[in-house]
Design a protein around this ligand. Structure first.
Ligand code: OKV
Ligand code: MN
Length: 238
């Protein structure tokens, strides 16, 4: 029987070794019992280029590459610079920012979820800038030490902005959600980013759908499982 697993928002970093250990355990156990694994962004807390020699990156690439099931990755708002080199090392395939899976006679859209938060205009401005190809091209050609400094400053600034932002602004926009279902003619959507794990039913004119949201791995692990029985959201200790 085929079982598809989705995870997102692990925010792996050197400062949180317990989450890394939990992810390695997840890969060795749960991930080996499913048929495909989809990582829907923010696997890493930060990413400034595949040439970053961090031992964490090498360890994660090796652990993912050791799996015997196919692994797919969609960029998050933090690790959007994960590139071909890392994907090759981890033996995972990078998918476009919105992607449709057809299984069990259903259409399910996967995405990170940041583009659903259309009320957060400051974030969308930031995203537009750092997703501009020539800006990325220039950034990636800066010395690693310069990139590390820029990234640290950008994270400090965004942390203080985050504290002053209303939760509602950072949640998904209901109309943006409906447009995703309509654009892809789908009845299921799985995403992360908002760190508000739940399965919502979405109703609109001639639309009866489900939106499943993954949790962040801040206190525990979260996954969504898709099988012929439907979607199941679950949490587990790291
Ligand atoms: C990721 C976020 C920092 C949010 C910078 C061009 C530019 C890429 C970058 C630098 C920062 C990613 C790559 C990081 C996400 C932040 C702060 C807020 C809201 C440039 C291309 F502009 F400097 F030229 N970056 N890093 N934020 O530290 O991983 O998502 S990061
Ligand atoms: Mn995110």
């Amino acid at each position: 029987m085929s079982r598809i697993l989705f995870i997102a928002d692990l925010h792996l970093c050197q400062e949180e070794p317990a989450i890394t250990a939990g992810f390695l355990r997840f890969l060795a156990h749960q991930a080996q019992t499913c048929s495909e694994l989809y990582i829907l962004g923010d696997l890493f807390e930060a990413w400034i280029g595949d040439d970053d020699p961090s031992p964490l990156h090498r360890q994660i690439a090796q652990a993912i590459a050791a799996l015997s099931i196919p692994v797919y990755f969609i960029h998050g708002n933090r690790d959007f610079l994960v590139g071909k080199k890392f994907a090759r090392q981890a033996n995972m395939q990078i998918l476009p920012e919105e992607y449709v899976l057809e299984r069990f006679g259903q259409r399910l859209v996967i995405m990170h979820g940041d583009t659903l938060c259309t009320d957060d205009v400051d974030y969308l401005k930031f995203r537009k800038k750092v997703h501009t190809p020539w800006i990325q091209w220039l950034f990636l050609r800066l010395p690693l030490s310069v990139r590390l400094n820029i990234a640290r400053k950008m994270r400090q600034r965004s942390q203080s902005a985050h504290q002053h932002k209303a939760m509602a602004v950072m949640d998904v926009n209901p109309q943006a959600v409906i447009e995703v279902f309509e654009r892809h003619n789908a009845t299921f959507l799985v995403h992360g980013h908002t760190h508000q794990p739940a399965i919502h039913s979405v109703k609109a004119v001639s639309l009866q759908a489900q939106r499943a949201v993954l949790g962040a791995w801040h206190q525990e692990g979260w996954m969504i499982e898709w099988s012929e029985k439907g979607l199941i959201l679950s949490d587990f200790p790291w």
